[in-house]
Unconditional design. Structure first.
Length: 155
């Protein structure tokens, strides 16, 4: 009897790979890139913001309320950031590069939403610093901290 080739699942075992949620996010990213290519240089920033607000409106509560408030905080803290979709998530970019994003808990079936920052964010602090934050509620204290982080990220 032959052994299965390396890299193939044994009988009855499922192959490790991307989750359905990860595959869906990748498909959303492909659609975003295709839409951007179709719009080309005539892209209207209002279209991108409308897409972000529509994506937030599709989120279940309490993520919808947090996403709406977070959108307002980021727009007020860093008007230079442009809202856009990124892997199907609301994101905010500077010079076309995503600086921060909001990930609904539903996106990857996690127990909390996430506010994250890319490597383009100016958050460096020594040799170790956080780039993503779990968000269960958006109180005044969290809003103030996010405001400060966003301002630092674009500084």
């Amino acid at each position: 009897m032959q052994k299965p080739a390396k890299g193939t699942p044994a009988a009855g075992k499922k192959a490790a790979g991307f989750t359905p949620e990860e595959r869906a996010a990748m498909k959303e990213r492909v659609q975003e890139l295709k839409a951007a290519a179709r719009r080309g240089r005539r892209a209207d920033p209002a279209d991108d913001e409308g897409a972000v607000l529509a994506k937030i409106a599709q989120m279940p509560e309490p993520d919808r309320a947090m996403g709406t408030r977070l959108h307002a905080i980021i727009k007020a803290s860093a008007p230079a950031l442009s809202p856009r979709l990124w892997y199907g998530m609301p994101a905010y970019a500077k010079d076309g590069k995503v600086v921060c994003f909001f990930q609904s808990a539903k996106k990857f079936n996690t127990r909390y939403a996430t506010v994250g920052f890319s490597d383009k964010a100016n958050l460096d602090d020594g040799a170790l610093w956080p780039t993503a934050f779990a968000l269960k509620a958006l109180t005044a204290a969290e809003a103030a901290r996010i405001d400060a982080l966003v301002k630092q990220a674009v500084s």
